[in-house]
Design a protein around this ligand. Structure first.
Ligand SMILES: [Zn+2]
Ligand SMILES: [Zn+2]
Length: 273
């Protein structure tokens, strides 16, 4: 606060008292505004999805009706045994989706909390693209508090974030998968291994590419930094959104190659097919 710019003063030399008092008042007002601004940023006054004012509690990020929509977006019905895709969306007999029937997945199992639509997508987009780094961990912790962890997710020895390329981390200012992984490790147990996986090259954002190009985009883009740390371990890979599962599968491939015993994938959401 000591470097606050001072406005020109009309007070004569020797009469600094009132000017200083005014300066203190302005500094206090500015500090108050800063605190209020920070509070509004961390604890928004409006619903992240529809924008209506949030009534009673600063702990909320969505209004009541958007919270209800979120409950409806929870993936709770029949899903593909491997990748967790809701099967109601596909005319498929049995327990595997079309993609998992057609090609091998390197992970053993992937599950998501929510369908990526409506309020869930607004919250995740703000977390991922608008600098709201605190939002993903709060959102994830709230879902875990409600007992929304997909039932098939089993215990893991290691929690590993899907890695972000350092250049993208610089662009975004934080690593969203790492922030989520911290919550997962703290709540579910398992040792957080931050740099188990590294990106060996910069890749285009998967969701911006046609499906046919996504394998080429991530093939060979990951490496295990310390094979001894993952050997014979059960790994829980964490990311924000799983789209085709190509990135998760490529990460699982190098983890398995390094000796990981089992690889599960947990994401906040996945788009409906
Ligand atoms: Zn709302
Ligand atoms: Zn599948």
């Amino acid at each position: 606060m000591s470097e606050l710019p001072t406005a020109p003063s009309a007070v004569a030399p020797g009469e600094r008292g009132p000017a200083r008092a005014g300066l203190h008042a302005r500094a206090a007002a500015l500090a108050g505004a800063l605190v209020a601004g920070l509070l509004d940023w961390f604890y928004p006054r409006h619903c992240y999805h529809c924008g209506v004012p949030l009534e009673e509690s600063r702990a909320r990020i969505l209004c009541r009706s958007c919270t209800e929509a979120l409950v409806a977006a929870r993936i709770t019905g029949a899903v593909c045994n491997v990748c967790g895709l809701p099967l109601a969306a596909q005319p498929v007999d049995g327990v595997l989706c079309i993609t998992c029937r057609a090609e091998a997945r390197h992970f053993d199992l992937a599950r998501s909390f929510l369908s990526y639509a409506g309020p869930a997508s607004s919250v995740i987009r703000a977390f991922k693209f608008d600098g709201q780094f605190f939002l993903g961990p709060r959102f994830l912790a709230a879902m875990l508090d409600r007992g929304w962890l997909p039932a098939d997710i089993g215990p893991a020895d290691l929690v590993v974030p899907v890695p972000l390329h350092p250049q993208r981390r610089r662009e975004r200012g934080y690593d969203q998968a790492l922030l989520l992984s911290r919550v997962v490790a703290a709540r579910l147990g398992g040792r957080l291994l931050v740099h188990a996986l590294v990106r060996t090259r910069y890749t285009s954002q998967q969701s911006l590419l046609p499906v046919g190009k996504r394998w080429d985009n991530v093939r060979g883009a990951f490496a295990v930094r310390d094979a001894a740390a993952v050997r014979d371990r059960r790994v829980l890979l964490v990311d924000d959104v799983m789209t085709t599962g190509v990135t998760a599968s490529e990460c699982a491939k190098v983890l398995k190659k390094a000796g990981a015993a089992h690889v599960q994938v947990l994401t906040l959401a996945r788009p409906a097919p």
